[in-house]
Design a protein around this ligand. Structure first.
Ligand code: ADP
Ligand code: MG
Length: 514
């Protein structure tokens, strides 16, 4: 039976990450070809695992999507999907058809959606930082977590803009550069764009007072003839004339740039020696070999549009910047440009080793995503399993009102949600069973916001404990898990029925029976 194999695959995957869930989760050490990666991050574990089973791949994709859209909640997504499927499998064994289960799951999700609206509360200023900190729970070490959370919130606030009363902050406007050699606590946020580049001529000027910038999506060098011609040089004069024509052509392009009033030129490709001298004489500061994403960041920071053909460039393609300076970190020269639009920030990640630097980069990427999402939708839910417990309680009440077998599926959904507080407790060395019972009782008394504080081991008000998480993250995780579970349920006879023989990895003992 395909469903059983698929569920086994999902469960195996969930087992691989469940011990990382929560602030007391364990780190996983991934070793591949001699490279070592230590992480507490579910998605990192999954992305680095060599997994071929189609269902497992789908779950990994689902959690990758969760990571890119919400910046957090990846482990939760995988665990929930596997629990939903496990419970669904049990129902099919009791004779409930997968399509009825799918329908019940959808009804349960709809009930969760309205439940989430009731549970969520608007975010206060102080909670912005708390939510980012919660999302980094268990990653890296405490000091750097607090530091990165602060930087992420600072970045999100400075990137936030309001258009027609709608606030937003675009996390992709933050450039990350690394500077190896100092402690990671020295990582900092620079207002402006920092790129590891050196101007092409040492005597070109820095522009501390700003000026106009052109971004060239190409390079400046002698044009190669378009057709392959072989010249038979009959006299030296001919060669010189050709050389002169080529130079004149380069000069013409530099003149055109200069005529537009460009102070700073950044190009994607090369600038050859002739052009370098000409640009210098024209008083233009230039950088070459910028990567495309960096050109785009410059474009957004300065308002310049990318020019493809110099002869077609116009003045309104230019952008403005308010200062250009350079700085040298551990032997690497960096340009620092502050755009006119005050957009564009750079995180300088510091650390003494590459492993450390990469870890910090990953943490910051999640933190900035969460911080920016919160600018757009400043709604919070309680962490510590409170939300899942509160939803499960609602679903059980709701299930009673649903006639038919879908009722069983809604109960199964509730049971899957229960797994989150259970696993959180387990990972903190507490009794999963006792803690769920205690939490359930505590919510009876104190309401939806009572969750497990895993550091004291007591149920308490999550707002007071500062354990809050974005509505967006939790919502997305539950919705994604529902979708993934339903699509696995829909696969009756997967293609790979034929390939069964090649899939020993995921076979558990009981899946051999069928
Ligand atoms: P995910 O990849 O799903 O984000 P995490 O390992 O980050 O997984 O764990 C997130 C879970 O940990 C959430 O349910 C969150 O509420 C919970 N959590 C985070 N910090 C705390 C805390 N201090 N006490 C209790 N629960 C916490
Ligand atoms: Mg997390």
């Amino acid at each position: 039976m395909a469903l059983r194999n698929n569920v086994a695959a999902a469960s195996a995957l969930a087992d691989a990450v469940r011990s990382t869930l929560g602030p007391r989760g364990l780190d996983k050490m991934l070793v591949s070809d001699g490279d070592v990666l230590v992480t507490n991050d579910g998605v990192t574990v999954l992305q680095n695992a060599k997994v071929e089973h189609p269902t497992a791949r789908m779950l990994i994709d689902q959690s990758t999507a969760q990571d890119s859209q919400a910046g957090d909640g990846t482990t939760t997504t995988v665990i929930l999907t596997a629990e939903l499927l496990q419970n669904a499998l049990e129902l099919t064994e009791r004779g409930v058809h997968p399509s009825i289960i799918g329908r019940g799951f959808r009804m349960a999700w709809e009930a969760c959606e309205s439940g989430l609206k009731e549970i969520a509360r608007p975010m206060s200023e102080e909670q912005h930082l708390q939510a980012v900190q919660t999302s980094l729970a268990g990653k890296s070490d405490e000091g750097i977590r607090a530091h990165l959370s602060n930087l992420a919130v600072e970045a999100a606030l400075s990137l936030s803009e309001e258009v027609d009363g709608v606030a937003s902050a675009d996390a992709s406007l933050v450039k990350v550069v690394t500077d190896r050699g100092e402690q990671s606590m020295a990582s900092e946020l620079v207002h402006g764009l920092v790129l590891p580049k050196e101007k092409i001529h040492p005597q070109m000027e820095l522009l501390p007072k700003g000026g106009r910038i052109m971004l060239l999506d190409g390079g400046i060098s002698r044009r190669k003839p378009e057709i392959d011609i072989s010249l038979k040089v009959t006299d030296l004069g001919m060669l010189a004339a050709l050389n002169e024509r080529e130079l004149a052509d380069v000069q013409k392009r530099v003149d055109a740039i200069s005529a537009l009033g460009v102070d700073l030129l950044c190009v994607r490709d090369g600038i050859d020696d002739d052009a370098r001298g000409m640009l210098h004489s024209a008083g233009i500061t230039a950088y070459r070999r910028l990567e495309r994403p960096d050109l785009e960041l410059l474009s957004r920071a300065t308002g310049a549009t990318l020019v493809h053909e110099i002869s077609l460039a116009a003045e309104d393609d230019l952008g403005e910047f308010s200062s250009l300076s350079e700085t040298n970190w551990h032997g690497v020269n960096h340009l620092l440009l502050v755009g006119s639009q005050s957009r564009g920030l750079t995180l300088v990640v510091r650390g003494t080793s590459n492993i450390r630097i990469e870890e910090i980069e990953r943490c910051f990427e999640d933190a900035i995503q969460v911080a920016c999402n919160l600018v757009e939708s400043p709604q919070l839910l309680p962490g510590g399993g409170a939300t899942q417990m509160a939803l499960a309680r609602r679903l059980r009440r709701h299930a009673e009102t649903v006639p038919g077998r879908e009722q069983l599926a809604i109960e199964a959904f509730a049971a899957a949600l229960d797994s989150i507080p259970r696993i959180l407790a387990e990972n903190a060395g507490l009794s999963p069973l006792d803690e769920s019972i205690r939490l359930n009782a505590a919510q009876d008394e104190g309401g939806d916001w009572i969750g497990l504080d895993l550091f004291t081991g007591e149920p308490r008000d999550m707002a007071g404990a500062g354990i809050v998480e974005p509505l967006l993250v939790t919502r997305h995780a539950i919705e994604g898990a529902t979708e993934a579970a339903i699509s696995v349920l829909r696969i009756d006879d997967v293609l790979w029925a034929e390939q069964d023989a090649q899939e020993p990895d995921w076979k558990t003992d009981d899946s051999d029976e069928d």
